[in-house]
Design a protein around this ligand. Sequence first.
Ligand code: SF4
Ligand code: SF4
Length: 219
Amino acid sequence: MKRNCSLDEISDGKLYGLNDMVKLGCNDCEGCSACCRGMGASILLDPYDIFQLSLNLNTSFQALLEERQVIELNVVEGLILPNIKLTGALEQCPFLNEQGRCSIHAFRPGFCRLFPLGRYYEDGGFHYILQIHECTKENKTKIKIRKWIGYPNMSSYDRYVNEWHYFLLDMGNSLTEEKKKAFNLYLLNTFFINIYDTNVDFFTQFAARLEEARRILLA
Ligand code: SF4
Ligand code: SF4
């Protein structure tokens, strides 16, 4: 999601990579679940998030949307994308348990893993940034970004995140409003609804779908 503000307004002004140490450690969020509430529709889900949720909850995209009602669809910069559907008066994530802990911690979405980091995209790539107004815990300890996000295959994951971002950007910029309608259906079907083979590396399957999508859509 694009934000119209300068880096200095929202971050410490530095650009980071996976191996940089950043003050993020917040004692395992003990006693706090502030960023699991009141986040509106901002907890966007990408294909890897839906793959992880479907695999670990033994369900499907449609079931998450319709039966469990833990995700919803919203328009983001002209494209229809899923996000976690917050509920109740406190606008709370449905995966937050009674103890104020994340019940899907091991397979929580990339957005949650990243927080309070953000990404600054430029020149076909991105850097990590530390957003300074997002997490109010004090006395944070330094931790490597690679460990903070915590996927076992971080290089593949970063490559995938970058490809997904620039694909959505290209499609948002290049398609007419009329074509976007048809594209949105294609996008949901190709990357979210059509099941990924759990015996094959996700990122390899995603790359093949992306290549095909670019070929079809830019033809
Ligand atoms: S606001 Fe900070 S300390 Fe609180 S749950 Fe989020 S990341 Fe953890
Ligand atoms: S998925 Fe977990 S970490 Fe993310 S908002 Fe929900 S409860 Fe919080």
